[in-house]
Design a protein. Structure first.
Ligand code: DSN
Length: 421
């Protein structure tokens, strides 16, 4: 059996080799991305991709599941241990699938969901237009305070009283501050509503104790498994024993069929790594690096939404300081020198999501490469130089040199590792 694609498929082999080179020779600053370990890549690229295993460990609809059972038991046990949860369903194919399962477990069609407005940092799967969530439920939104960029919990409480939701969703894609889960739970309870905390972005920080945990506070906790926690790609749902049955049924058959057992194996591998003291140190460094990035960008005159960060990214608001520079153009200019970040709307943005007036810049991936605060400050200077002069070739050349040097000093994926990727 070929372990290298080139004998059978040159085009695909070339595309994968080019992607490997891109990942090695650029810096991922996308807050939702990371570099999975060799163990996670090996598990995800394993023969479990062949196996159907609808059902739960020990209770499957297919024969031949004994090893799949062991893999899923490992992933579940490790997730429970990492998050202190009574029950973990590790089958959702993604964070979005985990959210769909949460809604299916708790709501009836037509029920009302209250979630954060997407342009303020919410997520598509929290009920934005054109999604199935918006089609099957009535969706209303709360916002952040546009002056401070922060959640105003009193205003969220007033909005909940006005909307009278059946479900309040907390947890966000572009909110750079800690979330007060207890307060959100209280807001939900006051209107007799369920509360789902979506920790998609925060899973690694929560697992390491670097961000407070909503487990045991919110009714259900959903998350993705490949972002800050750096395990196999996908999603999970965490809950108490009381909701274990409804959650499992909502995941399968409610929202999906056979679990992607190779991804479940990747989750088991990554969760084992996340249980180590090294991972806790990594998560702390992610947050320290984001703070260093925030400080340096502010010293260079940039505005950050909320004035800083408590988490793994900063959100740059270009409107006042760089009024002619859109998020889209900023993203392009950075990518041209090997800095891969993403455009983002900022609270109160007049520009559409496809353009945006902000940039989200994350530290999970560069921290996996070994970045410390000093390296992050060099990175911040390169970002600032490019954003200050996006059309200056000499500035771009200097920034590209910095990126090449940082990539060489902090390498990712040696040749042996990527051969199996
Ligand atoms: N699209 C992801 C993000 O970048 O935040 C969330 O699913």
């Amino acid at each position: 059996m070929p372990t290298d694609l080139s004998p059978v498929d040159d085009r695909l082999a070339d595309a994968l080799a080019a992607e490997r080179t891109r990942q090695r020779e650029t810096l991922s600053l996308i807050a939702s991305e990371n570099y999975a370990s060799e163990a996670v890549l090996a598990a995800q690229g394993s023969v479990l991709t062949n196996k159907y295993a609808e059902g739960e460990p020990g209770d499957r609809y297919y024969a031949g599941c004994e090893h799949a059972d062991e893999v899923e038991r490992l992933a579940r046990e490790r997730a429970r241990k990492l998050f202190g949860a009574d029950h973990a369903n590790v089958q959702p194919h993604s964070g979005t699938q985990a959210n769909l399962a949460a809604y299916q477990a708790l709501l009836d069609s037509g029920d009302r969901i209250l979630s954060l407005e997407m342009s303020h940092g919410g997520h598509l799967s929290h009920g934005q237009p054109y999604t199935m969530v918006d089609e099957h439920f009535e969706v209303a939104h709360y916002g952040v305070d546009e002056a401070t960029g922060r959640l105003d919990y009193d205003a969220v409480e007033a909005r909940a009283a006005e909307v009278d939701p059946d479900l309040v969703v907390s947890g966000f894609s572009a909110y750079p501050r800690r979330v007060d889960w207890e307060r959100m739970q209280g807001i939900a309870e006051a209107v007799d509503s369920y509360h789902v905390a979506d920790i998609a972005h925060l899973t690694g920080l929560v697992a390491a104790g670097v961000h407070p945990s909503p487990v045991g506070v919110a009714d259900l906790v959903t998350g993705s498994t490949h972002k800050t926690i750096r395990s196999g790609r996908g999603g999970m749902v965490l809950c108490g024993e009381d909701l274990a049955g409804p959650v499992d049924t909502a995941v399968m058959p409610g929202c999906q069929g056979g679990p992607l057992m190779h991804d479940v194996a990747g989750k088991a591998a990554g969760f084992a790594e996340a249980l180590t003291p090294e991972f806790e140190a990594y998560a702390r460094q992610v947050v320290d690096n984001a703070a260093a990035l925030a400080d340096r960008l502010q010293e260079r005159g940039f505005d950050l939404v909320t004035g800083g960060t408590d988490v793994h990214f900063v959100l740059v608001d270009l409107r006042e300081t760089h009024p002619d520079l859109t998020g889209e153009r900023a993203e392009e200019a950075l990518e041209s020198v090997g800095l891969v970040a993403n455009k983002q709307t900022v609270p109160g943005d007049d520009r559409p999501a496809t353009v945006g007036s902000g940039l989200r810049i994350g530290t999970p991936a560069v921290t996996t490469r070994g970045f410390d605060a000093a390296a992050t400050e060099r990175l911040a200077d390169a970002v600032a130089d490019v954003l200050d002069s996006p059309d200056d070739d000499a500035v771009a050349d200097a920034a590209a040199e910095t990126v090449a040097d940082l990539c060489e000093r902090f390498p990712v994926y040696g040749d042996a590792a990527v051969a199996s990727a």
